[in-house]
Design a protein around this ligand. Sequence first.
Ligand code: SAH
Length: 237
Amino acid sequence: MIPSEHESKLRRLNQIFLEENQKLNLSAFREEEQSWVGNIEDSLSILDSPLLLGEGKPVLSEAEGGVRSLKILDLGTGGGFPLLPLAICQPESKLTGLDSTNKKISAVERITKELSLTNVDLISGRAEELGRDPEHREQYDLILSRAVAGTNTLLELCAPFAKVKGKIVFWKSMKIDKELEDSLMARAELTCHLIDQYEYELPEPFGKRQLLVFEKTSPTPDKYPRKIGEPKKKPIT
Ligand code: SAH
């Protein structure tokens, strides 16, 4: 659901995004309603999920006794999804958007400025390199990724950024049995346990989708991530 107190800013985000999208090819969703559902509502599906952190406290809703302030990384943010809708709805959290395409990061920077979002950092670079940087390795409570790669590849790219007990969330379609099976070795090797498959439904033509939620239980072995391109070319199997 769209939090009503943030709706007008989210509508503005949709408009600015569509203007940027006319100049750059950031997303296939070019109409207002299509982008609203396919980008904004889809990104915010995580707000309805029963995602838990630490002592069973909701990750993204207000915890008893105060608002949660989390460090969140969106890996392969592209034109800013799920990064920007979440930054609007989670003003107490600090969000970082990472993408290897410079022009996309520049576009997201312009959108962020236009919306005066002060809780967003942007980095243009490869996950394989940044995941080795001590400033970023094992520093995040929550890693998010939508439409970037297969689960086995993504786990290798995302796990190094997560704190122990941190969560990793992927936006996926429903038919992923084979993809999940192909990720068994990566899950074991990186100690990323699938703890939830949260299903949600968007209006047609989008339909049913799901969030895969993983928890990382020990530090990532030094050899991961491997060098640029390898997690995709030769996923852990
Ligand atoms: N998450 C966005 C964009 C998806 S497109 C959305 O859902 O709309 C996938 C993006 O991932 C591309 O912009 C690509 O540049 C980025 N990407 C792919 N592999 C990457 C890597 N290894 N490091 C950083 N960014 C990567």
